[in-house]
Ligand binder design. Sequence first.
Ligand code: CP
Length: 348
Amino acid sequence: MVTASWNRRHVLSLADFTPAEYDTVLHTAASFREVLSRRTKKVPALQGQVVTNMFFESSTRTRSSFELAAKRLSADILNFAPGTSSLSKGETILDTAKTYLAMGTDMMVIRHREAGVPQAIAQEMDRLHTNVSVLNAGDGLHEHPSQALLDLFTLCTLLDADQPRLSLLSGKKIAIVGDILHSRVARSNIWSLTASGAEVHLAGPPTLLPKLFADFVAPPLPPHPADHVFAAPQPIQSIPRSLFIHWSLPPALENADMVMTLRLQKERMTNHLLPSLREYHQQFGITHDRLRHCQPHVKVLHPGPVNRGVEISSELMDDPNFSLISQQVTSGVAVRMALLYLMGGGKS
Ligand code: CP
């Protein structure tokens, strides 16, 4: 298995991912997809290594697929459950992480409702001169790198199942629709899809996609050379040509090759950002009828969980001619195997 383009200990953001790193993940995930099609769906790649799932916020897909990915790689897996943990006795998050470090954890997969928690734990692991790898499984409004990588894998395998690679998306028109303000999935996808050379069209109501959306994208991290893309406040013209913002749906959908619709994150809405769910669906809900304006081969993605009948119609969600939602979930296992494998040293 080729792992030449991988020197990364942590995966915290896609902001500084290189094309070679994207291709390494895609290529490695394709190998693991083949493993997962075998009768015995297990390899000994991470035998003896400990992967700890630390989900401080709820999850179905990400948590389960990281657990399955670790098991398929023969790692030992620990699942931290905040509700039954010593957090309730006042233990801090960093002390929780250090407790798992002391048990011999090699990789920590971390989700938290606050942006920056995986970064803080990674910094602490580095400060302590450990070899522990930290993987961001979704932090607040910041990023969800493994979701964007599985979305990328799903799209690239659609175009070339045997050799998925970043350049396959070059020139494609990809619409990302909905609650972009609250979406860490959108932020990570913007990095990967613009890196591919695709045209990325963001569409949503002004309250969920403000002109200075850039403000909310800037991660709580040191400036990165690519930050000029999102540095705020900036006039809209400074956003690169490959990223477009629309406050209505039609221009985003016109001739789109792929449409990614996002969950309306009602739990994160502290203000009244929408008149009603019904009106939102009328304006921004993705339906069969709306797809008439896209390319005939258009496919629809959604990271899940879905509000049926709000951001996407129930009929479209269940239509295998258009919906890639199940494939995204399936891709998640192979892509997360690839990430754990690469972070674990990539030794076959
Ligand atoms: N897409 C995603 O992160 O789903 P979960 O919240 O179920 O993990």
